[in-house]
Design a protein around this ligand. Structure first.
Ligand code: TXA
Ligand code: MG
Length: 329
């Protein structure tokens, strides 16, 4: 199959027709690119699992364009959902609710719950409004790094999908926060740009990690995720990054530092392979997946900056710790 990349707005009509006729379309969101199919069409959703090589026991998120669509997808919806939706939707959050009978089992991997997300990206929003609720995982091959540019998607999925809508670089750069409202206490299954601190402000008695809120069992979390194709470690300080770099070079590797510019002076990037993550934590979040993809293409040992694990730093490090299999130097 030929895979075409079309500028987002120009490709919307065609993309909506493809979705309605049971085909796959890749579309940009504010977090990462999504690989979408009509959420009510079992055969279309099957194609997602095949294209990605995704295990069938890992459920998909359903993307909506307006809150009116929720009652078709979910039942026993708690008031708290609407409180959270009013504050954070559209935006980088997915809320898990009890699924309605309309949602095919393949979407939820046979489970009784469904993740609902309303993207704020205008191309995503228009595509859904012009077609239907769209089931979509991140548009990477299973276990690889999520795509934040159309070219990343093309590298992973060319030949597997007819159309990629190009919306440029994704605004946030890491996947949405996943919050489960079907358990006794609201449970964060995956941290993201809507941070635990932001949720606490709305929900009240939400505690970080192992207290009331547990970072728990999103089925997808049991798989190795976000992994680059070569070794990757997190450096706890610029000094240890430099030391590791020099050691690896002696061992015959071609290492690279993936760091924010504020550490340039300490690690002298002119003498070192260096990929910049920008300056702020938001820029680190925005750039990290593209940086890891660039690093795995050009080098063979990746040394990444550590962030303090609080607020957005905790969400970003959740991904980086996975990419490095928790290896620290
Ligand atoms: O930002 C995002 O969420 C992106 C964009 C495309 O929307 N999507 C995304 O989808 O990251 P995916 O499939 O790569 O990751 C979804 C995660 C997986 O870990 C999955 O197991 C979990 O959410 N998940 C989906 N439905 C669930 C459910 N009903 N209960 C628990 N976890 C669920
Ligand atoms: Mg994914």
């Amino acid at each position: 199959m030929e895979t075409r990349i079309v500028k987002g707005e120009e490709g919307l009509q065609e993309a909506a027709s493809l979705i309605k006729s049971g085909e796959l379309v890749v579309f940009p969101t504010e977090t990462v690119y999504g690989l979408g199919a009509n959420a009510f069409d079992e055969n279309a959703v099957k194609k997602i699992f095949i294209a990605k090589g995704r295990p069938q026991d890992n459920p998909l998120i359903v993307h909506i364009s307006s809150l009116e669509e929720v009652s078709r997808l979910a039942k026993d919806i708690p008031d708290l959902f609407y409180t959270l939706a009013n504050k954070f939707m559209p935006g980088p959050i997915t809320i898990v609710l009890n699924k309605s009978e309309n949602v095919p089992d393949i979407v939820t991997a046979g489970g009784k719950t469904v993740g609902i997300r309303m993207p704020s990206n205008p191309i995503a929003n228009k595509l859904i409004a012009m077609s239907c609720p769209i089931a979509a995982p991140s548009a990477n091959k299973s276990k690889h790094i999520s795509p934040t540019k159309a070219e990343h998607v093309y590298d992973d999925l060319k030949g597997e999908v007819p159309l990629i809508l190009d919306g440029g670089e994704c605004e946030y750069g890491i996947e949405s926060t996943v919050l489960d409202l079907t358990t006794d206490a609201p449970t964060v299954l995956r941290p993201g740009a809507v941070t635990i601190e932001m949720l606490q402000e709305v929900i009240g008695d939400v505690y970080v990690n192992n207290k009331v809120i547990k970072i728990a069992k999103s089925p997808g979390m049991k798989y190795t995720h976000y992994a680059p194709k070569c070794s990757c470690v997190v450096a706890i300080s610029p000094e240890s990054a430099r030391k590791c770099y020099e050691e690896k070079e002696k061992e015959g590797f071609n290492p690279v530092l993936v760091y924010r510019d504020i550490y340039r002076d300490i690690i002298h990037p002119s003498e070192f392979n260096f990929i910049s993550l920008g300056i702020t934590i938001e820029q680190y979040e925005h750039n990290i997946y593209a940086a890891l993809r660039e690093a795995e293409e050009k080098y063979d040992f990746i040394i990444v900056e550590n962030l303090k694990e609080e607020g957005l730093g905790a969400s970003v490090m959740n991904r980086v710790n996975k990419a490095s299999s928790n290896n620290k130097v």
